[in-house]
Write a protein that binds this ligand. Structure first.
Ligand code: AMP
Ligand code: ZN
Length: 466
């Protein structure tokens, strides 16, 4: 499979050529763990999950690094506001983040480095920047990166360098393009930081947000690696600054392909904590929406297209997924087991090929889903005409399973069997051993009323969720 991705650096769709053949190194900017992530954040993580799964689907051996920003302006501000120690405060939100990833069937990264565990690596990188002549300590005690000393500054965001205010310093982690200037690498301790500080050659303090990602990505992926991603708001200043820090220190190209997803919006505005227009994943699951339905909404639009959040989209996802569930149930009835892809009939292969082509073309998930529904439509038509062979149904199921390795929504997540159902099943097994068929039938109906179907097989009874 020849993958092609839109590279934010060149602003072109390009063939993806890994640095080392057969492998891929991917760094994704992870959450700032000062609160529950909202579904706008999860749009970014869902896009990155599609990328992760596509790289593996294409047969590449992937190393995926996602950082946890557990020290920055916001984590310090909020932990202090509630009188908690920083590590204790962020731990709660790290745990919640991993639970949320599981709810959305997002595959785990290879490693999740936390910023507070990598302060020595950040200090070492800042020392390299001093050696390269691009870092300086200012009268406020902080260390800054001098953008005028790095001629390529602005290449990712395509900044007009003539407007740059060299020597103007910005100590906030986040700022707009109009405020471009020298940014903080190391922030000197002040009383707002409370107990949060580390020793450094420049005095006690803490790292700036941007140096965290340059240091941790290079530690786990090497000085040059394949892919780096985030939401579009990460492009400037965060990723621009990451490039400056890494390339000024190493003299090598930092990342080959930069990919960014467009925002999840609400009434035309970015969903964000600061605007207060957000839903956390937990808000939506408490309303009865499943992780599977929410994931469907997040991946159904192309990642570079802005997506407006609306409850109608969740209802549409519910309908679309039940159509797929009905189809797979029907194919199971006709075909039973699964089949090898090479034995698939042409009507199945055609859709799998269309699916692969869509993914290869810059992760075109809407087209990939269209291929899934074309398969469903063709399969239903054949089944309705009585023309579906068991082998065809098995091939269709195999195709759904294969496509789901990337989409992660087509197959119903296996439901845990509730203890009361297991107890009834146990009673039924005993009734059957005693040849009490009336009791066995009654128990089967009771189990069915709880949403489970019992099938008696040679290996004993088998339960499936209805
Ligand atoms: P943060 O925790 O703010 O650093 O954000 C974590 C990730 O979510 C980053 O990749 C952001 O770019 C991304 N992000 C934040 N808000 C949105 C949004 N409304 N839509 C899509 N991605 C977002
Ligand atoms: Zn980052």
């Amino acid at each position: 499979m020849q993958l092609k991705f839109y590279n934010s650096l060149t602003r072109r769709v390009e063939p993806f050529e890994p640095i080392e053949s057969g492998k891929a190194g991917l760094y994704t900017c992870g959450p700032t763990v000062y609160n529950f992530a909202h579904i706008g954040n999860f749009r970014a993580y869902a896009f990155e999950d599609i990328l992760h799964r596509t790289l593996e689907y294409a047969g590449l051996k992937l190393v995926h690094v996602m950082n946890l920003t557990d020290v920055d302006d916001k984590t310090i501000r909020d932990s202090r506001a509630c009188g908690a120690e920083l590590r204790q405060y962020t731990q709660r939100f790290k745990d919640a983040f991993f639970e949320d990833l599981a709810t959305l069937s997002i595959k785990p990264a290879t490693v999740y480095p936390a910023a507070t565990d990598h302060i020595p690596e950040m200090i070492a990188l800042i020392e390299r920047l001093f050696a390269a002549g691009v870092a300086y300590k200012a009268p406020d005690g902080c260390v800054y990166f001098s953008v005028s000393k790095f001629p390529e500054y602005g290449k990712l965001a395509h900044l007009d360098r003539s407007g740059m205010r060299s020597g103007v310093r910005i100590s906030n982690d986040e700022y707009a393009k109009d405020d471009v200037g020298d940014f903080a690498l190391w922030k000197a301790w002040d009383e707002n930081d409370g107990a949060v500080k580390w020793d450094s050659p420049w005095g006690p303090g803490r790292p700036g947000w941007h140096i965290e990602c340059s240091a941790m990505s290079m530690k786990y992926l090497g000085e040059s690696f394949d892919l780096h991603t985030g939401g579009i708001d990460n492009l400037f200043p965060h990723h621009e600054n990451e490039i400056a820090q890494a390339e000024a220190a190493t003299g090598k190209r930092f990342v080959s392909t930069w990919m960014h997803c467009a925002h999840l919006r609400v009434n035309g505005e970015k969903m964000s904590k600061s605007l207060g227009n957000f839903y956390t994943l937990r808000d939506l699951t408490a309303m009865g929406w499943s992780g599977r339905e929410i994931r469907y909404v997040l991946i159904a639009a192309h990642y570079r297209q802005p997506l407006n959040f609306a409850f109608d989209a969740l209802s549409a996802a519910r309908t679309a997924l039940s159509r797929i569930d009905e189809f797979t149930a029907r194919m199971k009835e006709i075909g039973g087991g699964f089949a090898a892809p090479e034995c698939a009939p042409d009507w199945v292969k055609r859709h799998v090929d269309a699916f692969d082509a869509a993914l290869c073309d810059d992760l075109n998930t809407p087209l990939a889903l269209a291929a899934v529904f074309s398969l469903v439509n063709d399969g239903n038509r054949l089944a309705e005409g009585g023309e579906m062979a068991a082998s065809g149904a098995a091939a269709a199921l195999a195709a759904i399973s294969r496509m789901d390795a990337v989409l992660g929504v087509l197959e119903k997540p296996a439901a845990a069997i509730p203890p009361e159902v297991l107890a009834l099943l146990d009673e039924r097994t005993k009734a059957r051993a005693a040849k009490d068929w009336a009791a066995s039938d009654r128990l089967r109906d009771e189990i069915a009323a709880l949403g489970w179907v019992v099938k008696d097989t040679r290996d004993g009874p088998r339960l499936t969720a209805r």
